[in-house]
Design a protein around this ligand. Sequence first.
Ligand SMILES: [Zn+2]
Length: 321
Amino acid sequence: MAKLRAGIDLGGTKVQAIIADARHKIVGEARYATPTTGGADAVVGALVAAVKEAAELAGVETAELAGVGLGAPGDVDDKKGTIDNAGNLAGFDHPVPVAAMLKEELGVPVVRMGNDVSVATAAEFELGAGRPFRSLLGVFWGTGVGGGLILDGQEWSGRGGAGEIGHMVVKEGGARCQCGRLGCMEAYAGRRAMEAEAKRREDEGEKTILFKLMRSRGRDRLTAGIWNRALADGDKVARKVVDRAYVALGAGVASAVNLLDVEAVVLGGGVGTKLGDSARARLEQEMAPHLFNDDRPPQVLLVELGDLGGALGAALLVKRG
Ligand SMILES: [Zn+2]
């Protein structure tokens, strides 16, 4: 019998672990909140606990697994087995030897690591919405906007930094981005930037239910669900800020398509998935005026693997080991 593999999706808010069989069927899964205190040891501890729990549900000892794949933010060095510069993770402002720590704690022979967005794009390409295509652009719309590329059937990572679609310039000298530069797509479309813009409008006296919804739900940020609700209630500020995000996404994604001529764009991420088909349709609409080859636009699709795509993609890393 082929051995089972574990996949972990490590994000700023959650750790999702799965156990997959040879046919990519999920036979165990566990989700933990990402620790915000206790530094890197606490974060790796959550990875270990999530894999152990998922393995137990799958009826397997972790030492019997073929290996563990991990998708993570920041600078992920698969050769050295380290993660560095992961701004959303506490304790990852220096290289953390995550692979060695996981091997030690789980007793697994192999730990492979990849960038979270690339891993999720590869999963959609092999198992999800991207299956019919040879070239693909994954757009992950969440706190920021991440991108993943498949060109001619192969992942394209450039010199390690490709796919930063959030930092396509959509307005010369425009809004300041989290990265410090001006006019990036993410400075208009990232969830964090959208929240800042809504706050600015509220401070200037515009009426909005966004922050009331946030407080009533006991949240400390405007989640995708809150945006969705405010839009459904006809909130004008929410409408304006979301429209601004779509205009930026349309320009940025269409520009990337003009350069690469991919067959399909697959939209995912926390916000993209939550807004679902309305986001897909609106992205397609906002891209249209910018497409140079406008007689044959790419297909614009939603991710198929949803929340588990990152973890499934991480498990795929092991197969390639
Ligand atoms: Zn930027």
